[in-house]
Design a protein around this ligand. Structure first.
Ligand code: ADP
Ligand code: MG
Length: 399
């Protein structure tokens, strides 16, 4: 689904309260019964006001009914969760307007946003579980059986984990985007003005770039971490310009900046060696294909690198997750979902290819819900062409 912020400005303070009530109720109910929505929203206008808000939210596809439900209730949609997260970012003054989409992944949406000063930043919206719901029958069953496998839970967890690692790595001086804020399934971070390695067709010195990528990877390892998806999409190449003091000429250094951390694991993980080798191989294969560069020495090897964990004053960061309140069970659930995604990707790569035309990629599990309005699905073109949309609200005092 695409993020469509157009309806944000039209929601009233009461609509926001009811939306937040559906979110609150979702913690214990797959489908939140209307009386519970009424109780949690604490609106003075009573049930008629609540039902008016429910109707507005359902028309905008922020909440949805389910067909064949045994009682009158609603669940939050991805759109609803997007709005709540944006509402929080806006109130905390981390986001003022939402611009174009820069990354079109199937597991996330990457949006260009701006804060109140006009500074551009990146909003990453995690969408874990989206493909699984749509394409894979067995996975659908798995998610149904396992309430903790829901898209909201998994996407929120992915964002929490990514934000925790982003913050830890940033503090440790690893070149990553600067973390700015986190809400629900979204994170706000600095915009790195650099293309992904994937977009670079030639470099003056492939050996030097290769060496710097491996060096960065080994730095992560010394902190006790394996990236787990270290490839040409997740490494941005920044050009740092400096003047050589001896010759006075300008010199350009290519500096890798690493992104995308939901799948990061510890060097102590049972499958650490496999992921380590896979990451290193990914880089080797890319350099050979793209730059016809082959390193002269083999390795690096996991068993050697393992001995360097925590050495040379490197603080171990692999306990970051526990420190951020993510339990072992949560980490396991997230890992299972990410692995499942990887398998699906291998089996059905086309479904994961980023495409400009996502007509068929609307909302999760649509066949099960009883939409009360079609408005959110119209004007696909108009949405794409829209410049920055300010996400202010009718009632600025509303919290
Ligand atoms: P996914 O989990 O979907 O792979 P990523 O975090 O890897 O999401 O982001 C997808 C793409 O968006 C990246 O390949 C990169 O081009 C762009 N991107 C993500 N974060 C940033 C950032 N902070 N600055 C600039 N570009 C970014
Ligand atoms: Mg990525």
């Amino acid at each position: 689904m695409k993020l469509d912020t157009r309806a944000m400005r039209h929601l009233t303070a009461e609509d926001w309260k009811v939306l937040a009530a559906v979110e609150q109720g979702s913690k214990n109910h797959e489908l939140v019964p209307v009386p519970i929505i009424e109780r949690f929203s604490r609106l003075k206008g009573g049930s008629s006001l609540v039902s008016k808000c429910i109707s507005t939210l359902a028309k905008t596809s922020l909440i949805a009914k389910m067909k064949e439900a045994k009682y009158d209730g609603y669940r939050l949609t991805y759109g609803g969760l997007d709005y709540l997260a944006l509402h929080t970012h806006s109130q905390k003054k981390h986001i003022y307007s939402v611009g174009t989409r820069v990354g079109v992944g199937k597991e996330s949406d990457i949006m260009l946003v701006a804060d109140h000063t006009g500074a551009q930043q990146i909003l990453k919206i995690h969408r874990l579980g989206r493909i699984s719901f749509r394409t894979v029958k067995t996975n659908r069953d798995y998610l149904k059986k396992n309430a903790s496998g829901s898209w909201m839970y998994l996407s929120t967890l992915a964002a929490r984990k990514e934000y925790a690692f982003l913050s830890a790595l940033h503090s440790a001086g690893i070149p990553v985007p600067t973390p700015i804020a986190h809400s629900r399934h979204t994170i706000v971070m600095s915009l790195v003005d650099a293309p992904p390695l994937r977009q670079i067709s030639s470099v003056p010195d492939p050996a030097a770039l290769y060496a710097s990528l491996i060096e960065l990877y080994l730095r992560l390892a010394k902190h006790g971490l394996i990236h787990g998806d270290y490839n040409e999409f997740n490494i941005l190449i920044r050009e740092d310009v400096s003047t050589n003091p001896e010759t006075g000429t300008e010199e350009i250094t290519l500096v890798p900046v690493v992104i995308d951390f939901p799948q990061m694991i510890s060097m102590e993980h049972v499958n650490a060696e496999m992921y380590f080798d896979r990451d290193i191989n990914c880089i080797k294969i890319f350099f050979e294909r793209r730059f016809h560069f082959k390193p002269t020495t083999p390795g690096p090897f996991y068993k050697d690198v393992k001995k360097t964990v925590g050495r040379d004053g490197f603080q171990r960061l692999d306990a970051t997750l526990e420190a951020s309140g993510i339990t072992k069970k949560m980490a396991k659930d997230l890992e299972a979902a990410i692995r499942q995604h990887e398998e699906e990707k291998l089996q059905n790569p086309e479904a994961f290819e980023p495409s400009d035309d996502e007509e068929d990629d609307d909302d999760e599990d649509e066949d099960e819900e009883d939409k009360e309005g079609e408005e959110a699905n119209t004007d696909e073109k108009e949405k794409e062409e829209q410049p920055s949309i300010v996400i202010g609200f009718q009632s600025p005092s509303e919290s």
